[in-house]
Design a protein around this ligand. Structure first.
Ligand code: PEP
Length: 245
């Protein structure tokens, strides 16, 4: 099971305290099978990278530019830069970036460069509330998958995060049956259309220590992408505990 902490635009150097608690938890649970990936803002990648050395925790960034190494792109960070600072993962296609104009084609370019830079990709997809109401969820997911992963070879380096947009930061999670169906649909598209043998699909959207107890009943889910609840060590640890212990 994967547990990904997406800190969004939160956190400063004091936040290392929260990471320390999670490191302690992973040391106490060495034998359990789970993977924690921290995705703090760019400003904390270096200090987090130093802290997690010799731990089971891995580092990820929240976005990157599609240019693989360097270029005249003010304010941007490339996949190579992320790799050099100790990131092994990068989140791409998060709805908070899609909502400000990131297209499926850009997502695809970013994924290609990231894989070339030896990063693994947390590829976010999900429908809006209007699309869900119009029963367009499968169509949207299908399009995001096929366009986002177009001509990508190393699909084993992709973790898909299914994040219904109406669930992010709202406290509302999908009905268990619907979520099960959607995750299974995503896995089937990856298997049938892209020939991925063992696709990994995570769920993200308002996961917290309470609702995770229901979410773990869905066998098809391979982990959780956690936003708000990952910023407090206790909440994040409780989510992991309730899933794996
Ligand atoms: C996210 O931003 O990826 C996310 C899942 O956020 P939250 O858990 O706060 O809904």
């Amino acid at each position: 099971m994967y547990f990904i902490a997406n800190w969004k635009m939160y956190g400063d150097l004091k936040s290392i305290k929260s990471l320390n608690k999670v490191i302690k938890f992973t040391r106490l649970n060495k034998r359990k099978k789970f993977k924690i990936i921290y995705c703090p803002p760019y400003t904390l990648l270096d200090s987090f990278s130093k802290k997690i050395k010799k731990t089971k925790i891995e580092l990820g960034a929240q976005n990157c530019h599609f240019e693989i190494s360097n270029g005249p792109f003010t304010g941007s960070i490339s996949p190579t830069m992320l790799k050099k600072i100790g990131s092994n993962y990068v989140i791409i296609g998060h709805s908070e970036n899609r909502s400000t104009g990131e297209t499926n084609a850009e997502v695809n370019k970013k994924i290609k460069s990231s894989i070339k830079s030896n990063l693994k990709v947390i590829f976010c997809i999900g429908e809006t509330l209007i699309e869900k109401r119009k029963k367009l969820t499968n169509k949207i997911l299908y399009k995001q998958i096929l366009k986002g992963l177009y001509k990508i070879k190393n699909l084993n380096k992709i973790l898909v995060a299914y994040e219904p947009i109406w669930s992010i930061g709202t406290g509302v999670i999908p009905k268990i049956d619907d979520l099960d169906k959607n995750v299974t649909f995503i896995k089937n598209v990856l298997k049938k259309h892209l020939k991925v043998k063992n696709p990994k699909v995570l769920y993200g959207g308002s996961v917290n220590p309470k609702n995770v107890e229901n979410l773990v009943s869905i066998k098809a889910i391979d982990g959780f992408l956690v936003g708000g609840a990952s910023q407090k060590a206790k909440n994040f640890i409780d989510i992991v505990k309730k899933t794996i212990i």
